[in-house]
Design a protein around this ligand. Structure first.
Ligand SMILES: O=C(CO)[C@H](O)[C@H](O)COP(=O)(O)O
Length: 259
């Protein structure tokens, strides 16, 4: 369903941007992310338990929630962060926080994604927080995913970027080899993610991430998911199948809203 023009314009108004009438407004990717994030925060109500996502898009949503709390337009919110980074951001904004042990059911989670397919299946975790994101977003009644249109793909893996898999550090090469062999029909290359300084990237949970670069489609995603999870050493992967209830795509001048 396409967002009505007035709704798109309203989102832009909230951001103090001019609607792209004439001449057209050129928005940066970050401004598009912000529009999607602000739209998602319209689903937030006082008293909710909220899953707080991770990444540059979700950051805008967390900022907005903090702003509405400060303005007294929201109250009694409890946030469940999906990473240490989001936790720090939320604390700095004065958002009350808790965890899944205390709130096993979450009303609404808002988070970004790296890829969205036409069935609203996602790839997440290029920011490294896929395990906590999957735990939190798997526990919510409503999961609103927020992206700019660059994240839309025909099939998962279709952006040419990686499918992240979180693995235990113990004998990581063994696990990485098993993952690569699993997808050998897709000419898969499995690469250990590094931290940019020559060391392995370490997740908030003390694990490593192997990025799977697939040249062909994975086929049945549920079968692929089950097969990955059966490999000893794998903790979780970044395919979020059948989890997003709503995806908000910021793609001006037309906002697309997929339910
Ligand atoms: O899954 C994630 C982090 O683990 C992010 O949501 C995903 O990488 C999208 O990030 P961004 O909004 O910065 O593009």
């Amino acid at each position: 369903m396409a967002i009505a023009w007035s709704e798109t314009a309203a989102s832009m108004e909230a951001l103090s941007l001019s609607p792209p009438m004439s001449p057209p407004v050129i928005l940066t990717q970050d401004e598009l992310k912000k529009i999607a994030a602000y739209k998602a925060v319209e689903f937030v109500e006082s008293g909710m338990v909220l899953g707080l996502g991770t990444g540059s898009t979700a950051k805008h949503a967390v900022d907005r929630i903090g702003e509405l709390l400060r303005q007294g337009k929201l109250s009694n919110i409890v946030g469940i962060p999906t990473s240490k980074k989001t936790q720090e951001q939320a604390v700095s904004l004065g958002i009350p926080l808790s965890d899944l042990d205390n709130y096993p059911t979450i009303d609404l989670a808002i988070d970004g994604a790296d890829e969205v397919d036409p069935h609203l299946n996602l790839v997440k975790g290029r920011g490294g927080s896929l395990l906590r994101e999957k735990m939190v977003e798997g526990a919510c009644k409503k999961f609103v995913c927020i992206v700019d249109e660059s994240k839309l793909v025909k099939h998962l893996g279709g952006s040419g970027l990686a499918l992240p898999v979180e693995i235990v550090p113990f004998c990581w090469k063994f696990t990485a080899n098993k993952l690569q062999k699993l997808f050998q029909g897709s000419d898969c290359v499995a690469k250990l993610r590094n931290d940019g300084e020559g060391k392995p990237f370490v997740t908030d949970n003390g694990n490593y991430i192997v990025d799977l670069y697939l040249k062909k489609e994975m086929g049945d995603l549920q079968v692929a998911s089950d097969a990955i999870l059966r490999i000893a050493g794998v903790v979780e992967h970044g395919m979020f199948l059948d989890m997003a209830t709503t995806v908000i795509v910021a793609d001006l001048p037309f906002g697309i809203y997929i339910d």
